[in-house]
Design a protein around this ligand. Sequence first.
Ligand code: X2X
Length: 358
Amino acid sequence: MKNCFRSACIALCACLLALPAVAAPYKQEYKLSVVPGATSGWGLTATYFADLVRERSQGRINIKVYASSQLLAGKQTSEFLMLRNGSIDFALASTINWSPQVKELNLPALPFFIAAQPDRYKAMDAILAGKSGQMMIDAVEKKGVKIIGWAENGFRELTTSKGPITTPADLNGLKIRVVGSPIFIETFRALGANPVNMNWSEATTGFQQGVVDGQENPTNGINVTVKIWNYHKHQCDWHYIIDPLLMGVNPKVWQGFTPEDQKLLVECAVETEKYGKALSRLGMDDGASLAYLKSINMVPEVADPYTFLEQQGMTVTKLNQEQIAAFYDATKGVREAWIPKIGADLVKAAEEDMASVR
Ligand code: X2X
């Protein structure tokens, strides 16, 4: 009898050991936050990621994109904290919106730091693929959010109702809407402008009412999709800063995925980076973005943004390197003040990454 009981126990244990580990069930829906609208380049990039993940996981991982700062009650600079505390599962996020909490993310917002490079796209790619990109990721992860990839909102160009703008003096006294991140206030003050802090969720109403004379955002991703010509007739292409996008995940949510699914998510993020960068750079690079978008059959309606903006009655002024140098000089003090806050070692690593592709 005793033996019988023992054998039964052994058999039961063997059975239990043979069972696969019981993974936590996946959520029916994972919420992904995006600050601007669903039709912005950034919104389309997030949707591309969500669709890819759904398809490759055969519907096991269902990510829903919540655009227009819906999950943030309009307050874009609270996104990082909400993702960290788990109110949000995923975010495709601008370095600008997380920079109040993670100082290192001000690196791409150092005025004219990347714009002064001979090839700004190459310089950006070198940073993201290099040591400085990894240092930014490490800084975010140390603060409690998992990063699985990059994408791009784009180089930010200035649009104004008064203009054209070709020298810092042209900005004198102009009211410019900026995001609520301190480096922007300092940069525009250094240029003699009057920066006004406004959430993106309220910005277009502000443009409509003429509360400000201008704003700065990327050409393809935002200026075209928000129909900026309805408010501003001038665009100054000065490339003064860029906001790469981070694909962030709440760490508990991340740990809830099996290793295979974590791998799948990273692979989807890698493809999303290619798509997002191509959308952002389309019509402004050597043609590589158009070729890529054609190859995946995803060319958007506006493939030539400059011609398109001019057709809408806008004047686009493309500054040459000499004109950009005048803005570079005028913002020297901002760079000097911010390098120690961002971290001199990070800025040095970025300089080395950019130099490696010159
Ligand atoms: O607020 C902006 O300008 C936007 C949409 O580009 C960001 O979220 C950084």
